[in-house]
Write a protein that binds this ligand. Structure first.
Ligand code: FAD
Length: 867
């Protein structure tokens, strides 16, 4: 019912969209006793399942999982007929939900929301619908879907075609009969792959225009899986809970089988099992490393290509249907029923647009670079302006007149994917920065809606009116989102996850890839920390708990979780011998690090005996001498040896192109201060004197070290300066221990829980040096004279107790006019930057270290490449 403009309707909340999200949001808001109005441009409930009525439209997450869990009675009363239900059945289900909870009375259908504007003085949103009508609300919730805005075809002449044109995402309700027609299907994403086999059954001629071949596996559809039904019968709550805390929203146990480590037999067995199972989360979980390691991914991809070749009779067509140029899983893989088999039918033809692009659509067909085709109908299965299309499609204007479109011009920015700074009381469901399209969305949607409902209840209970994320929190979440994506292969693909399918759309990885459970935990943690990262206001009140909810690199967090779960005894409670044995045992199964050209062991003569060393020479050209790096391992002067830092030395060698000589100095408590420091200096003198024999370039010698190794490297530089030589061209100090003062803030902030603890540092110092010696610059180089030292690169990790002394050393060197490069290992711990091929996010930091070494040797050869 329209009201005069002078008396705008007022609601506590307006929700746009009446699909899965909008329906459940309405239900929850009603439960809170809020007045709600829902708008949808569709003619009924269903969202995705209202619009996408093309032949073959089905879900690709098993329907037993792709279902609401909030109402146990609803679950009892509805039984899915198939493992992957069809669009009519899913639509029927959503109608059933709407009927059961009498939701339609608060929904206005066939009503588009065209604009929304924040009215700051009134602390309200003003919503404008298609007819120019305005309604006001306190909270504005866009449940507008992440695959709800079709991408318009960007093909020359598209408007000229005289025959009927169909879009899979806006299919006529009465259906289409293609019997006897010559049909073109443009697009081979999920909708194309689902519809092509069925269109082929009717059409007299079907031509499929393919730009990108996509990975697809057979759905093996049939009755709902007996195993899932059994688990649901045995414990519905436990099953649904497992889904909520899983990676993808379906309870699948993540594998720990690595592709490279598995035998060919095991690989085939695992792949075949996933192939037969016909589930996306299964085929994405054949190997633990297929999403992050190109070689592992290639193994799965090639096995899928083998299947395609075995299915499609014509070798040329088969090859064209084989996906190439993107890693498996980096574009949404598809589930199909007879897709590849369809190309064996005599009236079906594939046109590979990479070889033969479309020149133009004409009045009666399509012209490619090599051929003219006549058609009676064209079907566009060209996908969506995903995740942001509907959000920026309506004109949303926040505080100070800033529109969402303007704010997101360079890519979306959100906190938790739920809200965005500058737009108070504005919520997005399944927005960019949330798991969304990477998950079983029924599970993600319920989580979002519950979180928003909890948030609104909390505001009301506390007498607050507005909520909005802080800039710090939002920037932190965006960073975390990108960090999560960066350790995977996803950003390498031109996918719609990256916005790459829409011309001009910024390339940003849109969904949160850290997993449904991890995301839920972050959202819960925000709440338990008094809505961390939000500003909330009410009459005369401003509450803000500012901060970043996740700042550790995601793979570092995983390693920490793994290590903490092992329940190892704290090192400082062990004897030195037991601590050494424990360290060796934990290093046993780690990856070896990159190949280098040559590794040789030897000994360095010193007055008291010899020091073992290991030399790493880079592979490949040029032959001849290289710059030399003398490296000292970490381990608190007590632990560590040539093996402990072997992968890191290989990495430094391969990346920098320098010869690395790793030196095993003497350890405490057997030999205490200043032995380690003096050994380091002796080793540098020896390396300088023997540069040519070691394959080094005389005069091009740098030192490097990690932790206590960085301590002795720094001391060696001071001793060399004082002794008038040898000349050291640079010092790379990775998370260095440079002072014996353990009171800096980082010892407090990071003193427990990140492997190197403050207690362990105390234990190290106690083993190494008497308290009286700990102020000696040979123990605490920060306390020495720093003038005239070689240029330095200092790596300081965020979650390291030693962080602040590393930074202090950089500042002190700078003050002494020594050139310094301070490299922040963002989101890393003391140990994580050294975990080669385990902590992928450490690779850019190690690349920076190698670059710093390169800068120490201006005439050095170009660096070898390590990804
Ligand atoms: C073919 C297809 C198959 C899919 N299969 C699966 C699957 O198996 N598993 C899975 O997890 N996900 C799947 N998805 C994703 C699917 O979109 C979500 O699972 C889910 O349906 C989204 O629900 P929603 O309510 O958030 O959004 P939608 O269902 O997209 O609903 C959004 C609604 O908002 C309305 N709307 C948008 N903007 C406006 C506006 N300005 N004014 C008024 N109304 C507006 C739209 O009309 C639409 O009805 C699939 C998507 C497609 C297209």
């Amino acid at each position: 019912m329209n009201k005069p403009a002078s008396v705008p309707e007022q609601f506590d909340a307006v929700v746009v969209g009446a699909g899965f999200s909008g329906l459940y949001m309405l239900y929850r808001l009603r439960q809170l006793g809020l007045s709600v109005k829902v708008f949808d441009s569709a003619g009924d409930v269903g969202g995705t399942w209202y619009w996408n009525r093309y032949p073959g439209a089905r879900c690709d997450v098993p329907t037993t999982d792709y279902t609401f869990s909030f109402d146990p009675e609803l679950e009892k009363e509805w039984t899915w007929s198939e493992k992957y239900a069809t669009q009519p059945e899913i639509l029927e289900y959503l109608r059933f939900v709407a009927d059961r909870h009498e939701l339609r009375s608060d929904i206005e259908f066939s009503t588009a929301v065209t604009a929304a504007r924040w009215d700051e003085p009134a602390k309200q949103w003003v919503i404008t619908t298609g007819g120019g009508r305005e309604v006001r609300c306190r909270h504005y919730i866009m449940a507008t879907g992440c695959l709800s805005v079709a991408k318009s075809p960007d093909i020359e002449g598209a408007e000229r075609f005289a025959g009927p044109v169909y879009f899979t995402s806006r299919w006529p309700h009465e259906g289409v009969d293609f019997t006897g027609q010559r049909v073109a299907v443009i697009g081979t994403g999920s909708s194309g792959i689902q519809s092509i086999p069925l269109i082929a059954r009717q059409a007299s001629q079907l031509t499929v225009f393919q730009r990108t071949a996509n990975f697809s596996i057979p759905a093996h559809n049939g009755p709902a899986p007996a195993e899932t039904l059994r688990q649901l019968d045995e414990g519905r709550d436990a099953y649904r809970d497992a889904a909520r805390w899983s990676r993808g929203g379906v309870p699948v146990e993540p594998t720990d089988v690595l592709a490279g480590a598995a035998s060919e037999e095991v690989r085939r067995e695992r792949f075949e099992a996933a192939w037969q199972q016909g589930e996306l989360f299964g085929i994405l979980n054949v190997f633990a490393d297929q999403g992050v390691n190109p070689a592992a991914n290639d193994i799965v991809a090639e096995m899928i290509r083998e299947k395609i070749r075995a299915t499609v009779n014509d070798p040329e067509t088969a090859e064209a249907l084989c996906p190439r140029g993107h890693y498996f899983g980096t574009k949404r893989p598809c589930l199909d029923t007879g897709y590849f088999e369809t190309f064996n039918l005599p009236h079906v033809r594939l046109v590979d647009l990479r070889k033969e692009p479309i020149v133009s659509i004409t009045e009666d067909g399509i012209e490619t670079a090599g051929e003219s085709f006549g058609f009676d109908a064209i079907v566009y299965a060209t996908g969506f302006d995903a995740m942001t299309g509907a959000l920026v499609g309506a004109d949303v204007t926040g505080r100070d007149g800033l529109s969402l479109k303007e704010k997101w011009a360079a890519g979306p920015s959100t906190y938790l994917g739920l809200m965005t700074t500058g737009f108070p009381n504005f919520f997005m469901l399944t927005g960019p920065g949330s798991p969304s399209v990477l998950s079983n969305m029924a599970v993600s949607i319920e989580q979002h809606v519950d979180w928003v409902a909890g948030c609104l209840k909390d505001l009301r209970d506390k007498g607050l009116e507005t909520i909005e994320p802080t800039e710090l929190a939002e920037a932190g979440w965006n960073q975390h989102n990108q960090d999560c994506a960066a350790i995977t292969l996803h950003p390498t693909a031109n996918s719609w996850y990256m916005g790459a399918n829409v011309p001009g759309k910024p390339r940003v990885f849109l969904p949160y890839i850290g997993g449904v459970g991890a995301y839920r935990q972050a959202c819960d943690d925000v709440v338990t920390q008094d809505y961390l990262g939000f500003t909330r206001t009410g009459p005369g009140a401003v509450r803000c708990t500012d901060g970043v909810i996740r700042s550790m690199q995601p793979d570092v967090a995983m390693v920490m979780e793994f290590v903490n779960a092992l329940g190892l005894p704290p090192m400082e409670t062990l004897s030195a011998a037991d601590a050494r044995a424990l360290m060796a045992a934990t290093a046993e199964n780690r990856p070896p690090g990159p190949e280098v050209g040559e590794v040789t062991d030897g000994v360095i003569p010193i007055p008291d005996g010899t020091l073992p060393y290991r030399l790493y020479r880079p592979a490949g050209p040029p032959e001849g001498p290289r710059p030399l790096v003398v490296y000292f391992h970490g381990g608190g002067w007590v632990l560590g040896n040539l093996d402990s830092d072997d992968p890191l030395c290989r990495d430094l060698c391969a990346r920098s192109g320098a010869v690395v000589v790793s030196v095993n100095y003497r350890h405490a408590p057997e030999v205490r201060f200043p032995a380690a420091a003096l050994d380091a200096f002796a080793a540098v003198q020896w390396a300088d004197a023997n540069a040519i024999e070691l394959g080094g370039i005389p005069g091009q010698l740098a030192v490097a070290g990690w932790s206590a190794g960085a301590n002795v490297a720094a001391v060696a530089c001071q001793l060399a300066r004082d002794a008038g030589g040898p000349r050291i061209t640079g010092q790379l100090l990775i998370c260095p221990a440079v002072d014996s003062d353990l009171t800096r803030p980082s010892y407090e902030e990071n003193g427990d829980g990140y492997i190197l603890t403050t207690a362990l540092m105390r234990w190290f110092w106690d083993h190494y040096a008497d308290p009286a010696d700990r102020g000696d610059p040979r123990a605490a180089p920060l306390r020495g004279d720093l003038a005239g030292l070689p240029p330095a690169c200092i790596v300081a990790a965020d979650f390291d107790p030693l962080r602040d002394e590393g930074v202090a050393y950089a500042r002190a060197l700078e003050a002494a006019a020594v050139p310094v490069r301070l490299t922040r290992a963002r989101g890393h711990t003391h140990t994580s930057v050294t975990m080669v091929d385990v902590v992928i996010s450490g690779a850019p930091v190690r690349a920076e270290m190698a670059a710093a070494l390169g800068d120490f040797f201006p005439a050095a050869e170009p660096q070898a490449h390590v990804s």
